[in-house]
Design a protein around this ligand. Sequence first.
Ligand SMILES: [Zn+2]
Length: 218
Amino acid sequence: MDFLDIHTHKSAQRKGVASIQSLSLTSDIFLAMPKTKPISIGLHPWYASLEKLDIQLKYLSVLAKQPNVRLIGECGLDKLKGENLENQTIILETQVALAEQLNKPLILHCVKAFAELIELKERLQVKVPMIIHGFNKNEALGKQLIAKGFLLSFGTSILKENSGASKLLESCDDFFLETDDAGTPIEEIYEMAANLKKCSVDELKALIFANWKNLNLI
Ligand SMILES: [Zn+2]
């Protein structure tokens, strides 16, 4: 069974690793989209602008229909970078609507805007799975997000001893693992996660693949 890396910005594919490369149509708009390997596409909040939303959304809604586009995103809210929050919210909502229309899960970027993200999920009554990638905040916030129906994906933050992410891992089974833009191989992240969960890497692979299957059945 392969390692699943649910969110990476690297294009290279390695044997034994199923990775989902994340492309932002804000910067990759003129690049040919891979037609067969699994990818996620969206408008990244760092680069998306309200001014270009119409045209970028046009591309996005056509490309997002490709069967190899498994997730919509990364999209989301970031209080430290990008457009103002009001504009980011509009940009995110259009992508949520697209994901709902295509029945594909969302992969989300969120920085200092978790309350707003929860509010958006509740207000729009989003039905597709919402995965928050790279969760590296405290355990209490993680638990609150899980209780609100979000799924979490963890990366290198679980390598830090006693991090919120590593504590969350010990107590929940419904999660994903990722490398994002880190140089750390996914195998290393799986190894640490298996340690934390006191299971074997093979058991962890099976658990994460079951989570992935679940996601796509919805
Ligand atoms: Zn990313």
